[in-house]
Ligand binder design. Structure first.
Ligand code: HEC
Length: 326
């Protein structure tokens, strides 16, 4: 080899090395997205991840993840690959503890509703995330409303998140602003002190005792009462109950009927009962849309439609009770 071709060979070698370096770096960057936990190179703000078997999947911090209920083996495999060891479900359905166990994952079940009334469950969430080993995945059904709320509380309690940051996270997660209670709990949450946290019990069941149909009905009844007061006030927030927003209360009712269909005590009653519940859900959904529409512009025609939908809602309650309860 003469000097010229030696030089050329060296040049080609250098170029090859440079390409390898660039590719290697690219790999490293892409790798950051699949790295398990504790990677200081990870973006500080929550970021969305794409992975099999989990929707609305986000990494919030080095070890906190949020998303939908894992669907089948693929969902749990995704979590395992990320270094997740524990899953916290805040959903009203029984967690799939068996599939999780096959992937070496354990569940802690801390269910709460859409109204944002968490009580001691707020501290329990923080405690669970504190004592559970490895990365922690927090989920509800869709990973959009309650799961992100729970994840926000955990980050406020353990990761020094401010209320503003937690609010921005809910917006990123797509939490519906009509769930005013969820935004409120995140805004007003006071992280427990070290001593307070030390006093929280650590007996987190893998599946909590879930409310039955009777409890669901009691809640539905209260929600309809709130809507009756709203209707009395001309489908507006009643002057003496400033917390009652038509859009919010109707959304809660809709959500209750949706959740009720997943209850074991409802499923046991069979297909025709579930169909009846689905019909009531559709009615509540329409009521929500009508009341939202009415709050943007009130016309006699819109008020008339809202009135009709409200009446149909009451009839749906009575019709089902007649068939399935009385
Ligand atoms: C799909 C059928 C269905 C629909 C729709 C339905 N309910 Fe019920 N409801 C039931 C059944 C069944 C029970 C009895 C549950 C039991 O005792 O196990 C019940 C019980 C109740 C109870 C008694 C709870 C208690 O303390 O024992 C109230 C109150 C109630 N419903 C209110 C409502 C209201 C208000 C609506 C409409 C907004 C409604 N329900 C819609 C099926 C339905």
């Amino acid at each position: 080899m003469d000097t010229r071709s030696k030089g050329k060979a060296r040049w080609i070698g250098a170029l090859g090395l440079a390409i390898l370096l660039v590719l290697g770096r690219k790999d490293a960057v892409a790798g950051a997205d699949v790295a398990s936990t504790g990677d200081s190179a990870l973006p500080k703000t929550p970021h969305r991840l794409a992975a099999a078997g989990i929707n609305n999947f986000f990494q919030l911090t080095g070890r906190i993840y949020s998303g939908s209920q894992p669907s089948g083996d693929a969902g749990f495999a995704t979590l395992k690959k990320r270094g997740v060891k524990t899953i916290i479900s805040v959903d009203g359905t029984r967690p799939d503890v068996e599939t999780a166990a096959r992937f070496g994952l354990r569940y802690g079940h801390i269910p709460f509703g859409y109204d944002g009334v968490l009580g001691t469950n707020a501290e329990r969430l923080v405690k669970a995330a504190q004592v559970f080993p490895g990365a922690v995945f927090i989920h509800c059904h869709h990973g959009q409303h309650r799961g992100p709320t729970a994840a926000a509380i955990v980050c406020e309690g353990l990761e020094g998140w401010t209320a503003e940051r937690a609010h921005a996270w809910l917006e990123l997660a797509g939490t519906d602003t009509n769930y005013a209670g969820l935004f409120k709990v995140v805004r007003e949450f006071h992280p427990p002190s070290g001593q307070e946290l030390a006093n929280v019990a650590t007996n987190f069941p893998a599946h909590a005792k879930l409310p039955g149909l009777v409890e669901a009905m009691v809640q539905i009844d209260q929600q309809l009462d709130a809507l009756k007061a709203i209707r009395q006030a001309g489908f507006r927030t009643p002057a003496n109950q400033p917390d009652l927003s038509p859009a919010h209360e109707s959304l809660l009712l809709w959500e209750s009927f949706r959740e009720a269909q997943r209850l074991e005590t409802a499923r046991k009653r069979g297909a025709s009962f579930l169909a009846e519940l689905a019909g009531a859900e559709a009615n509540a959904d329409e009521l929500h849309r009508r009341l939202t529409e009415l709050s943007t512009e009130t016309t006699p025609a819109r008020r008339e439609v809202a009135e009709r939908t409200f009446k149909a809602m009451g009839q749906a309650c009575a019709a089902c009770h007649q068939k399935h309860r009385n």
